[in-house]
Write a protein that binds this ligand. Structure first.
Ligand code: NAP
Length: 321
């Protein structure tokens, strides 16, 4: 068992590393349990052109290395493995990686969210080579190109509309005839002349060797297969927050599992446990908003720890008077 730390950050993405950077600079000597596959969603992104400060753009994995290095520079230590269990029922809080137990006075949960994938091999092979999960990040790379958007929810409509500002043609492929998206979003997409709909179709394969050339789709009614030529495929079938470890201890949205935080703060229902980044935000989901939220969590944790220490100092005085 290790000593009791001031703060453990769970998660190695923009929120987690930024929380660690701020905590480290406040002399809290944070430990980041960053996950075996650290770096988060940016590790499957190619160029990032919308993170302020990188005027010439940066590769997602390179940016995450920069984030990590900056946190390390001020004394953050790392465990490059996955948390397997937590106990927030008493302080110090306990966090396990397999049989190794770590304890801390405060915890920042920054485990992020995962874009749902179609789950086909060709999709995995072409990630960052035309297969994307984020229009805000990657749409500008498809100027005057043909793009397929997969999904029938609000995200798919929003992505299709955003991509239509750049692409010459956007084909929304959805597996049913009815949409999960709100009627207003569907209407907006339908009235956009660059957007067309291919319904009752599932993507069986993303075509292309080293970059996307199209998709092979199968009709869910007739079983007939056909191909759509395209330069890019945006998969917009939803995100899942990485909250399975916390659902029995932290308040969350019942339907989606996103963690709930209080007001504008990063406080969860357990004092001393904070949540930052995509794990508690399904609205903005950007690296820069996640980083901002990580900063807020570190400031919240620092303030909370200092209040606890002041309260502990006051207690004996009160007892003797
Ligand atoms: P969502 O509402 O869960 O929709 C996911 C869509 O992807 C559904 O149409 C679903 O099809 C389809 N899908 C799921 N798995 C699939 C698979 N394996 N293959 C093919 N299609 C698949 O997710 P979302 O669109 O990301 O929205 C999430 C939440 O954020 C919603 O509450 C939404 O309203 C909100 N949101 C709001 C806005 C906005 O208001 N501007 C924008 C984005 C998101 P089925 O319909 O057949 O299940």
């Amino acid at each position: 068992m290790n000593d009791v730390r001031n703060v453990i950050v769970i998660g190695g993405g923009p929120a987690g590393y930024t929380a660690a950077l701020y905590a480290a600079r406040a002399n809290l000597e944070p430990l980041v349990i960053e996950g075996f596959n650290w770096g988060g969603q940016l590790m499957i992104t190619s160029d990032v052109e919308n993170y302020p400060g990188y005027a010439d753009g940066v590769l997602g994995p390179a940016m995450m290395q920069d984030f990590r290095r900056q946190a390390e520079r001020f004394g953050t230590t790392f465990v490059t493995d996955d948390v397997t269990r937590v106990d927030f029922s008493q302080r110090p809080f306990r966090v396990w990686v397999g049989d190794d137990e770590y304890r801390a006075e405060s915890v920042i949960v920054a485990t992020g969210a995962t874009a749902r994938q179609l789950g086909i091999e060709s999709e995995r092979l072409l990630q960052g080579r035309g297969v994307s999960y984020c229009a805000t990040c990657d749409a500008a790379f498809f100027r005057d190109k043909v793009v397929v958007v997969v999904g029938g929810g609000d995200s798919a409509m929003e992505e299709a509309l955003f991509i239509s500002r750049f692409a010459s043609r956007v084909v929304v492929v959805h597996r049913r005839e009815e949409f999960r998206a709100s009627p207003i979003m569907v209407d907006r997409a339908r009235s956009n002349e660059k957007i067309e709909f291919v319904l009752n179709k599932v993507v069986e394969e993303v075509l292309g060797d080293d970059k996307v050339t199209g998709v092979r789709v199968k009709d869910t009614v007739t079983g007939e297969e056909s191909e759509i030529d395209a330069d890019g495929v945006f998969v917009a079938i939803g995100h899942d927050p990485n909250t399975a470890l916390f659902l029995d201890q932290l308040d969350h949205e019942p339907d989606t599992g996103y963690l709930l935080t209080r007001g504008k703060s990063t406080e969860t229902n357990i004092p001393g446990v904070f949540a930052a980044g995509d794990v508690q935000d399904h609205v903005y989901r950007q690296a820069v908003t996640a980083a901002g939220s990580g900063c807020a969590a570190a400031l919240d944790a620092e303030r909370w720890l200092s209040e606890q220490r002041h309260a502990a100092l006051r207690t004996p005085v009160a007892a003797s008077s």
